[in-house]
Ligand binder design. Structure first.
Ligand code: B12
Ligand code: SF4
Length: 580
């Protein structure tokens, strides 16, 4: 087996969810993952590319997905068989506060001498607390740390001092050291998302399962290219907003991927996949000239994949026309969060648009060749009441009436946590929030509460946790019936969602009753919930399949994949020959 310089592990949100009785709730219904949050950070791919192009060997293991797909998968046994020189664990999303720390404990037990490195947004935010844990040796702070990671790994391998490794929080003797951060790169071009590296990883370790990003990816091979690090917007609940970036990543303005590099990344993907490519971040943030260069590049490269554009503010209609002129297959993602302009004004103080502007964008996109428009609403915003959540569902009906089957609407609760670093987390009183957890340890404990009603780390002046939970099911139920009425969902699927909502609601009531009457679940109920991540927590605010794009009869470009296989064989033979 090839040596591994860095083993990157993606933990489940809760360890070991297979042995817990928790009702996670619909906290992941609008993303491809389950409540285990099995998708690993995109950064795993950029770190792999950066390190491997400098001669190191990286292996990604999506522990969360392996555990989901195989109830007998023995994590400790699996880890004990590997012989990595260093281990990286992501604590990017705070919902991994339990899983990441528990996996690190296991890792330390199997490999006490191997350095354990944490990274990601939440690890950065909580670096001081994290470094106090015996199972954590290093925390690399920030979201552009590929060069620092390379420097750390090379220094560790030859026993050099670590004082010069920027962004590093570490222990030296009994002392915690916090090295200063490096200046941020000017563009995001320094590290790509090369899918070829992952294919080679599959061949090298003969392990496909460990690198898949989420359950069902094989059938729905959606891929993403991030166009920007950071964001120009100020959404009050977001831990990736402009002000959260200032606080966590010391980033004062977004860092964009250049148009040429962006097109190159998309092309790399299109060589092996026919699936949609999601452009993460609103391209329009970088300015019209930037957009035009990207679109021209896509046109001249003849990329056939569907390109999914997100818009954060409302762009001028000419933006849509330019997209349409250059890209044949495109879709649009809109996240107004609420149709109440006043609520939206509090959510993003910097950028304001009227509903009429959004409706004009929708009309124009539908007039053009846009294949699909998804409109997202959220529950748990400042100033939002039960009535205004239900009012958003009325607004969805209006959108259904004035559009066609290409447009659909989604609503979900903000959960399980309001993001650390966001304005609502940093100044909860100002935005009308009460927080139930502030530290990493408090969040770790919240994650293993019996139901999502107790897992939520917040409630607002306008809705308690109970009300947030109740209105979620009520709004989802009405929205589902509207989707049936306006032909946005097949009737069988809509029926299933309705039944799932009823079942989830009944269990939620039973858990609530148990809590107030201080009783515990009876054995049948316990059995029903043991290890349960699907029945009561997936497809309860919409059918998960609604998130995916139409499939191609063949999703992959096998010629591109074969070429990578040949490249890999050639490289292996060459390197063996060199080693003699
Ligand atoms: C794209 C995106 C997604 C995509 C997933 C993309 C992916 N696989 O990474 C989707 C839409 C699926 C998604 C889902 C979720 N997201 Co999201 N997402 C984003 C977004 C918009 C951009 C992130 C990005 O592209 N980063 C660029 C890539 C290249 O960098 P990176 O992955 O962060 O990796 C770098 C560093 O973080 C670090 N790093 C990461 N891991 C590790 C590990 C080690 C060992 C080391 C050393 C370093 C390291 O180094 C990397 C390279 O420099 C941000 C908002 C923003 N403006 O940043 C929110 C954001 C990250 N998401 C957030 C949240 C809450 C979620 C969800 C939990 C929401 C939910 N309840 O459904 C889920 C979790 C999904 C899962 N794990 O299954 C919050 C996180 C706040 C927090 N601290 O917890 C953010 C900040 C804002 C938000 N609310 O959306 N998300
Ligand atoms: S939620 Fe708002 S602040 Fe966060 S990434 Fe999206 S647009 Fe930016």
């Amino acid at each position: 087996m090839s040596a591994i310089d860095l083993l990157l592990l993606h933990p489940p949100s809760v360890y070991d969810f297979r042995r817990k009785t928790i009702m996670y709730g619909p906290i992941s219904d609008l993303i491809p993952s389950s409540p285990v949050f099995e998708m690993y950070p995109l950064g795993f791919l950029t770190m792999t590319d950066y390190l491997e192009s400098r001669g190191l060997k990286v292996r990604i293991v999506n522990l969360a997905l392996r555990m989901m797909n195989d109830p007998a998968f023995d994590v400790a046994k699996f880890l004990a068989r590997l012989k990595p020189r260093a281990i990286g664990i992501d604590l990017h999303w705070l919902p991994h506060a339990h899983g990441s720390i528990e996996v690190a404990k296991l890792v330390k037990k199997c490999h006490p001498q191997v350095p354990v490195i944490f990274g990601g947004l939440s690890a950065t935010y909580f670096h001081r607390e994290l470094i106090e844990l015996p199972q954590v040796d290093y925390v690399l702070r920030g979201d552009a740390i590929e060069p620092q990671l390379f420097s750390l790994l090379t220094r560790l391998s030859c026993g050099q001092a670590l004082d010069d490794v920027a962004n590093l929080t570490w222990k030296f003797a009994d002392e915690v050291r916090i090295n200063p951060p490096a200046p941020l790169p000017v563009t995001a071009d320094y590290a790509d998302l090369k899918p070829q590296r992952i294919m080679k990883m599959v061949l090298r370790y003969r392990d496909l399962q460990s690198v898949l990003p989420f359950n069902g990816w094989w059938q729905n091979p959606i891929t993403a290219v991030f166009t920007v690090k950071g964001c120009a917007h100020e959404c009050a609940t977001c831990g990736g907003s402009h002000q959260a970036n200032e606080l966590i990543n010391i980033r004062h303005a977004p860092t964009f991927r250049s148009p040429q590099n962006l097109v190159k990344n998309i092309l790399d993907i299109s060589r092996f996949s026919k699936g949609p490519v999601f452009l993460v971040g609103d391209l329009h943030q970088a300015g019209e000239e930037h957009v035009l260069q990207v679109l021209k590049g896509l046109k001249s490269a003849h990329v056939k994949n569907e390109i999914v554009f997100e818009v954060f503010g409302m762009p001028p209609l000419s933006y849509l026309r330019v997209i349409d002129d250059h890209v044949a297959n495109w879709s649009l993602e809109l996240s107004p969060e609420s149709n109440y302009e006043q609520i939206r004004g509090v959510q993003d103080e910097k950028v304001f648009y009227k509903n009429s502007e959004m409706e004009a964008v929708i009309r124009e996109a539908l007039r053009l060749r846009c294949h699909r428009i998804d409109v997202f609403f959220m529950i748990g915003l400042s100033q939002q009441t039960r009535a205004s959540v239900l009012g958003s569902i009325d607004y969805c009906e209006k959108l259904f009436q004035t559009s066609d089957a290409r447009l659909s609407c989604f609503i979900s609760p903000m959960g399980p946590f309001v993001d650390p670093g966001s304005r609502c987390f940093e100044e909860p009183e100002r935005y009308g929030y009460s927080l139930f957890a502030r530290t990493l340890e408090e969040h770790r404990q919240l994650l293993v509460q019996p139901s999502w009603e107790q897992i939520l780390n917040y409630e607002t002046r306008w809705m308690s946790r109970e009300e947030l939970v109740d209105v979620t099911y009520d709004a989802a139920e009405v929205l589902n019936s509207l989707k049936l009425k306006y032909g946005r969902i097949e009737s069988g699927r809509g029926q299933e969602v309705a039944e799932r909502i009823n079942r989830a609601r009944a269990l939620k009531d039973r858990l609530r009753q148990g809590r107030t009457e201080q009783t515990v679940l009876n054995p049948t109920e316990r059995d029903m919930l043991l290890g349960e991540i699907h029945d009561f927590s997936v497809s309860t605010v919409c059918d998960k399949r609604e998130l995916f794009w139409r499939n191609h009869p063949v999703n992959f470009r096998w010629l591109g994949i074969l070429r990578t296989v040949f490249d890999f064989c050639y490289e292996e033979i060459f390197s063996r020959w060199r080693r003699g």
